[in-house]
Design a protein around this ligand. Structure first.
Ligand code: NAP
Length: 319
């Protein structure tokens, strides 16, 4: 495919750019495809470790358009190539500070300074994994954090979910469609999930709940085979043979550098006012850094599109 540049770049690479996109997962890269095609000069400050959570994923089977599935890093690579094809400039470094007290906004990347008339924050969120032996080694080999993505791989198998919030309930319910047995392992004797979700879980005959229990080790050579458990009240230890372990103990949004710039909630997720707007005019947000609920590549991409359209509208009326 021929290179089709839709957006020009500023004569000085430091800016001012029309849009600076911070982050390079599906939300940031989709935003860049839309802003460049909207003829806005676009700088992607993609981070030293770029591409977001899909870079850590193997097969992605639920992103429309790939009937045979696609590897996560390949999907992200294609999104980046698409954004660059339309003229987005990619810098693989982390933003270290932001000054929004003047226009254009100033973004510092190590010792380098960039400026932009608008900013799209698309820094995503990190899955919180259990900090116990074996977990890191077996991520993608039985250990997962996304039942909607991976449940079909566990047809007729035994799986467990760790956590007691709404995410854990949702993961368990999705898994019942495929797995033969779903065990929720929770560290207390009460869930923090909403009453309605708890009821659905407790009414489901396929779900067993193990209370007051923590996973202390995750074992298996090539793939997950078992978890070691410890009851917090009795100190009794046991082993559960298992094929899949879904960890649903929360997410940490990548909002640290923005926390004094835009409003965040008590967990650090950036607050939306309308569409993709933050409380600061000209700063928009997309993807998991504001979305604690859906957390899917396709929803992140959709949010990226929304932020780009809102940024283009803002640029059209602010010049
Ligand atoms: P959450 O509400 O923070 O729940 C995290 C769960 O993980 C808690 O039960 C917590 O136990 C447990 N946990 C945390 N650290 C742990 C550790 N090291 N070891 C073992 N267990 C640990 O997170 P979430 O479920 O992801 O939900 C986040 C937000 O999104 C919530 O506001 C939720 O309502 C919302 N959400 C909504 C929906 C929906 O409406 N459909 C779906 C998903 C999420 P403790 O209870 O003991 O602290």
């Amino acid at each position: 495919m021929d290179q089709q540049i839709f957006s020009s770049k500023p004569s000085d690479p430091k800016g001012p750019w029309d849009v600076a996109i911070v982050g390079s997962g599906p939300s940031g890269l989709t935003a860049a495809i839309y802003t460049t095609r909207g003829a806005a000069s676009t700088l992607i400050l993609g981070g030293e470790v770029w591409g977001g959570q899909l870079m850590l994923t193997t097969e992605v089977d639920n992103f429309p358009g790939f009937p045979q599935g696609i590897l996560g890093p390949k999907l992200i690579g294609e999104m980046r190539a698409q954004a660059e094809r339309f003229g987005a400039e990619f810098v693989g470094q982390n933003v270290t500070s932001i000054d929004v007290t003047k226009q254009p906004f100033q973004l510092t990347v190590n010792s380098q300074q960039y400026s932009a008339r608008s900013i799209i924050i698309a820094t995503g969120a990190e899955t919180l994994w259990l900090d116990v032996p074996g977990v890191q080694k077996l991520i993608g080999r039985g250990v997962s954090s996304c039942a909607p993505c991976d449940a079909p791989f566990f047809k007729g198998k035994k799986v467990a979910v760790v956590g007691g919030g709404d995410s854990a309930m949702e993961e368990a319910l999705v898994l019942t469609k495929y797995a033969s047995e779903v065990t929720i392992i929770h560290r207390r004797d009460i869930f923090r999930a909403s009453a309605a979700m708890q009821k659905e879980v407790k009414d489901n005959p396929k779900i067993k709940i193990v209370w007051d229990t923590e996973v202390t080790e995750v074992g298996g050579e090539e793939k997950l085979e078992r978890v070691k458990l410890k009851n917090n009240k009795t100190n009794e230890v046991s082993e559960l043979p298992i094929d899949g372990l879904f960890i649903a103990i929360g997410h940490k949004p990548g909002s640290a550098v923005f926390k004094d710039v835009v409003e965040t909630d008590e967990r650090g997720f950036i607050k939306l006012s309308e569409g993709s707007k933050t409380n600061v005019p000209g700063i928009f947000v997309a993807g998991d850094v504001h979305d604690a609920r859906y957390k899917q590549a396709i929803t992140a991409a959709g949010f990226g599109c929304m932020a780009a359209m809102d940024a283009l509208k803002y640029l059209g009326t602010s010049r």
